[in-house]
Design a protein around this ligand. Structure first.
Ligand code: FAD
Length: 484
């Protein structure tokens, strides 16, 4: 089964650091065990004759099933197949695992799909991306991205040596490739990824060519250190049903003179070309599509918990609770509607690839940064103090005070034990370290939301909206002298 293959592939000499120690057996470490068990079962879906068509597609005639993130869509059916696979994996993890590699895989697939447009950037691009895409697809490679430069001093830039020496840059070129030094933040899933897709989110100037690159970096590269944040995994399943299974580790990457072979250097040395690759609509349309499909599963999950909590304490009859639950349902509808809009207005690019409409997708991503914090706020308002009146564990239901436990923890519509389990699940979403991390994730995973919206305004053709206003005012002031 490919789940087992995935797990054993992680024993490849990678340098993963947690709490001051190097982690040697990643699948056995308590910080990763539950999460890897989840990922293993997702990988195995591709070997299951009943489930594999829901998440994958047959490549060529060899009968190999690849995840549909690798499918280049030319028809509405193929686009829908991609969407369905994202939806299925997300539903399996209640939307609580966001970087199951289908996003980074989609980005690589997008670059491959757009290779003829992008070959203008570098004549070797097509050969390199084709070889890598096929390898990733045929070997089920798990991928993640690391595109943010370290948060040292955001008021300064690459003309400051403190910054330029620490942002990822090329220190020398060799016959075999380029040697890079510096750091990247944040790579979700880093300890168990196969390869990192690396580039910078920033727009560099011409003189900063050493910092301009798009690379594929194997996680076990010599000199690469993966420095994990504190683990939020908690093996007590009943107390922490989410933290025990879904803690996607986030890590910072240190590149201590890492050699990147030329075949994995997709672009290098020209900031404008790197920017053109980053802005490619085919790739971004396919990749960001995954983000919003996954988000629906998470909203549905939080809404389901909120309704169940309200029912369990007899609060569903209160008007303000109904209004809040209605708001959550509206959130789901809005994001779903934007996905439908993006898919149904998808257009064929010049190579015949069907690309979902990015403007709807960007709108959904942007709304998501506000929707999720609001959804968590609503869940808190619905359950109120109930979240902290749960016992430390369910063990007390089987001990000497069992009878009292059943008496005092009973809910309006559920048994005491079920109510406690439900509130523990809800607490894992709103109050645990994992829950706090998810709040941060939804605010920032798509980049800085403030600058995202500001850019939307800056790029928008504002005349389309202001011209009618001025026209109207002109009509109103007929006969009078006005200036605009
Ligand atoms: C849980 C989590 C997981 C993540 N996983 C990944 C991943 O897998 N891969 C990946 O590549 N990235 C990942 N990210 C990183 C994410 O893309 C960044 O957090 C996001 O782009 C914001 O950048 P930053 O965190 O460096 O914030 P900063 O850019 O440092 O911003 C800090 C504050 O300063 C403000 N600010 C900074 N610069 C400016 C400016 N020029 N103008 C105006 N305001 C400014 C911001 O608005 C913000 O309020 C993850 C982030 C989180 C929280």
């Amino acid at each position: 089964m490919r789940g087992d293959k995935f797990i054993s592939s992680l024993d490849d000499g990678r340098s993963v650091w947690l709490e001051g120690k190097r982690v040697h057996k990643i699948p056995e470490h308590p910080a990763f065990k539950g999460t890897l068990t989840t990922i293993k079962s997702l990988f195995n879906m591709l070997d299951d004759p009943v489930q594999r068509d829901q998440v994958g597609y047959a490549v060529g005639h060899q009968g190999h099933y690849a995840h549909s993130a690798f499918l280049v869509p030319h028809t509405a059916q193929e686009l829908s197949r991609r969407s369905q696979s994202f939806s299925r994996w997300s539903a399996e993890t209640n939307g609580m695992m966001s970087r199951l590699s289908d996003y980074a895989r989609s980005l690589v697939t997008g670059w491959y799909a757009a290779r003829h447009q992008l070959s203008a950037l570098d004549p070797n691009f097509t050969t390199k991306i084709t070889a890598y895409y096929e390898e990733a697809r045929d070997h089920d490679l798990f991928l993640t991205t690391a595109i943010i430069d370290p948060q040292i001093d955001r008021s300064s830039g690459l003309d400051d040596k403190r910054i330029s020496e620490r942002f990822l840059h090329v220190v020398r070129e060799t016959e075999d490739g380029i040697v890079i030094r510096g750091a990247k933040m944040i790579a979700t899933g880093a300890p168990y990824t196969h390869d990192f897709v690396i580039f910078s989110f920033l727009q560099f100037q011409t003189q900063h060519q050493k910092h301009a690159h798009v690379l594929i970096v194997p996680a076990n590269s010599q000199g690469l250190h993966i420095v994990c944040r504190e683990s939020f995994a908690d093996s007590r399943e009943q107390n922490h049903p989410l933290s025990s299974r879904y803690d996607e580790m986030d890590a910072v990457l240190f590149f201590d003179d890492v050699l990147i072979p030329w075949e994995r250097v997709l672009l290098y040395g020209d900031p404008e070309k790197v920017l053109a690759l980053r802005a490619n609509k085919t790739a971004n349309g396919l990749a960001f599509h995954q983000n919003v499909v996954r988000f629906v599963a998470k909203l549905e999950f939080v809404t389901g918990i909120s309704i169940a909590v309200a029912e369990s304490i007899g609060a569903t009859g209160f008007l303000h609770i109904q209004e809040k639950l209605g708001e959550l349902l509206t959130q789901i509808d809005v994001i779903k509607a934007l996905i439908i809009a993006a898919e149904t207005t998808a257009v064929l690019d010049e190579a015949g690839v069907l690309v979902p409409d990015l403007s709807y997708i960007e709108t959904a991503r942007s709304l998501g940064t506000k929707y999720y914090p609001r959804a968590i706020e609503i869940l808190q308002q619905v359950g109120a103090g109930g979240f902290v009146q749960t016992p430390s564990g369910v063990e007390d239901f089987y001990g000497p005070i069992s009878e009292l436990m059943h008496l005092y923890f009973e809910g309006a519509s559920v048994s005491a034990e079920k109510k406690v389990e439900l509130f523990k699940l809800a607490w894992d979403v709103i109050g645990s370290p994992l829950g706090a991390r998810h709040l941060l994730y939804e605010r920032f995973y798509a980049g800085d939301p403030i600058r995202g919206l500001a850019n939307h305004y800056s790029r928008f053709d504002k005349d389309t909206l202001t011209a009618p206003i001025w026209r109207l005012l002109k009509q109103n002031s007929k006969g009078r002298m006005t200036t605009i």
